[in-house]
Design a binder for this molecule. Sequence first.
Ligand SMILES: [Zn+2]
Length: 279
Amino acid sequence: MRRTLDDVQTSAGSTTTDALALLRDRPLVVLTGAGLSTDSGIPDYRGPGSPARTPMTYGEFVSGEAARQRYWARSHLGWSRMRAAGPNAGHLALAALDPTLLITQNVDGLHERAGSRRLVALHGRIADVVCLDCRTTSGRAELQGRLDAANPGWLAEHAAAEVRPDGDVDLEETAGFVVPACEVCGGVLKPDVVFFGENVPAPRVERCYAAVDALVDAGGALLVAGSSLTVMSGFRFVRRAAKAGTPVVIVNRGETRGDELATYRLDVGCSEFLSALAP
Ligand SMILES: [Zn+2]
């Protein structure tokens, strides 16, 4: 059953048919990444032809006020753009498919908005904010109002700054930006997402492992859609499934770190494939 990447590349059509046949009428755990949201206008910075980009690490964020001014000033300008993105055909297909568990590496909240409920947002959601001192969580939309009040005129003044489609902004001068503190304890606010240099909370990881392990007795499969599996936080579930003999199907534009472990490896669009799979 296992095929090499060469087989797949020379018979993409039949492989898609075979992969769909393998996945239908079987319990599924689905792992999604940035490639799933590109059709919603949110760029995949690891996809083929993507611009090089270095996201802020956790170490940088906690290094001092200047880094947090830089982060929040850009986020303040970029938030509205990110917020305007909506679920695409791939998100809607997965909501209809309703897998045993949907694990997403995306922080855009689009699976939730498409109606998926059995969901683990592995890296959190950009719509949530957490206080690093008292751990109180709050909404990003509410913080937007406080950012605006603390920095009157900032948005109008920097309206010309180029907003990247993922909500980040090309902006160099951020030293004057006022960053609001936690309303409960005065502590440091951070988007409630896992930054590079941070670990995914253990209970989230355990829930995912349990769902992947349950596929063995259930005769299920693991489907990866739109992830290059570059980060270990997602790749480990592919390794776990493959080691247990669970079939793995990977749908992604470009190579992935899990290609050697996949039963089928498809270089096709997520929206098209998932729409074909959904009931
Ligand atoms: Zn606090």
